[in-house]
Design a binder for this molecule. Structure first.
Ligand SMILES: C[S@@+](CC[C@H](N)C(=O)[O-])C[C@H]1O[C@@H](n2cnc3c(N)ncnc32)[C@H](O)[C@@H]1O
Length: 385
């Protein structure tokens, strides 16, 4: 592999860009630009392995192969993408897809760009090999991703395939599950991340995502460990034996027997059973205690004093839902303060009631706005007063 510098565009959770950017730095990248839901970084070639196998916040990582400015027309898009030597990246026997996103005013659509650049690629292989490469929009072997932001064009190859938030351990589906990449971001924000000996509680744990992600972090289990595949495993320009070596070296550092102090409660018994199924699938069920219980009466269900609570409680916008949620939040916060007035609390909810209720007992030290199931959702970090 070469020692050159490569550019990557990484898609991430909206509103949590600073957390992702910090992680990419720790994975050996230089952060060049941060935009809403994407970060552009520079790093070495091996970063493809690191970001896909080790990042807990990334969704898709694109290796950028072309960047141009002053793109005014669809003809300009065709002209610049014709400069690419596509045979460096795929063979005519592999299927491909092109997907553009467009931001700004243009007199053509992203679908027009997909079709035009798709034709450029087909023509390229006809001309250079006499073979007709096939497009496959559902399951391409190589997916090109493009962004036209005003007159700036960025074009690259999706090295991840499906979004990396699909870790591969989630067998039980909760009706409103948290993306593991959001769960990891909440953990990165917390004191628990700095001291993994602390006691962490998720008192409305649903399918256990926050605690399972915590266990993966605590045991140094790579988030990519349970995935079937990454797109780059099909790339002709990557030596696959290097990825095998990389994985072996990372996997040798996993501490499978490390015991952490992780506790989860949910009032729905099915969800607790589902959490255990998911935790077993991730090989971490032995270090998380899941219990059927009620967050409004914590003393009754937990026999430890949590140092950190990370919670993603239910919420809703309709009036009748709001009054029920209001009561739940008030009862939960009082029961938490009764258990440990010195606890750190991280809460993710679309209902501002949490801020009102928790501010009685805590100082609000951080607040971010992210997107959860298409809803604008708040992430709060509270410290004890
Ligand atoms: C938004 S979901 C949490 C999803 C979870 N973060 C995940 O990734 O699967 C909220 C959860 O709060 C639980 N819940 C609601 N009221 C509760 C209470 N009083 N005590 C404990 N859990 C409660 C619900 O059963 C639901 O599973």
């Amino acid at each position: 592999m070469t020692e050159n510098e490569y550019t990557y565009l990484i898609t991430i959770n909206t509103g949590l860009e600073d957390i992702a950017a910090k992680e990419f730095k720790q994975l050996g990248a230089k952060v060049i630009e941060t935009h809403r839901s994407r970060v552009i970084v520079k790093s070495d070639f091996e970063f493809i392995f690191r970001v896909n196998y080790l990042s807990r916040t990334a969704h898709k990582a694109f290796l950028i192969i072309l960047e141009e400015t002053d793109i005014q027309s669809l003809d300009d898009v065709v002209r610049v993408t014709r400069q690419i030597e596509y045979s460096d990246y795929l063979s005519p026997h592999q299927t491909f897809a092109v997907r553009f996103e467009r931001i700004g005013e243009h007199d053509f659509t992203s679908l027009d760009m997909n079709a035009a650049v798709g034709s450029v690629i087909v023509e390229y292989f006809l001309k250079t090999t006499g073979k007709r490469i096939r497009a496959n929009l559902n399951k391409p072997i190589v997916e090109f991703g493009g962004w036209l932001i005003q007159d700036r064009l960025i074009f690259g190859i999706n090295t991840s395939g499906s979004s990396l938030h699909m870790r591969g351990y989630r067998k039980f589906q909760h009706p409103a599950p948290l993306k593991p990449t959001i769960a990891s971001s909440l953990l990165y924000m917390s004191r628990w991340f700095l001291d993994q000996n602390l006691i962490l509680l998720d008192p409305m744990c649903g399918s256990g995502t926050i605690l399972i992600e915590a266990a993966l972090i605590g045991r140094s289990i790579p988030p990519g460990y349970f995935r079937d595949s990454f797109s780059f495993e099909n790339f002709i320009f990557i030596d696959q034996s290097e990825f095998q070596q990389f994985k072996e070296s990372i996997n040798s550092k996993i501490e499978w027997n490390k015991m952490l102090k992780l506790y989860g409660i949910d009032k729905n018994k099915n969800f607790i059973e589902g959490s255990i199924v998911n935790a077993k699938n991730a090989n971490v069920a032995d270090t998380i205690i899941f219990k059927h219980g009620d967050a409004r009466y914590l003393r009754k269900y937990v026999d430890v004093i949590p140092d950190v609570v990370i919670v993603n409680p239910p919420y809703g916008y309709r009036m009748n839902v709001h009054s029920w949620v209001k009561k739940l939040y008030a009862d939960f916060i009082e029961s938490l303060i009764d258990l440990n007035p010195k606890v750190e609390l991280i809460a993710m909810t679309a209902d501002k009631e949490m801020e009102r209720v928790a501010s009685k007992y805590f100082n609000l030290v951080d607040k971010k706005v992210t997107i959860y199931g298409r809803l604008s959702t708040l992430v709060y970090r509270f410290e004890p007063k």
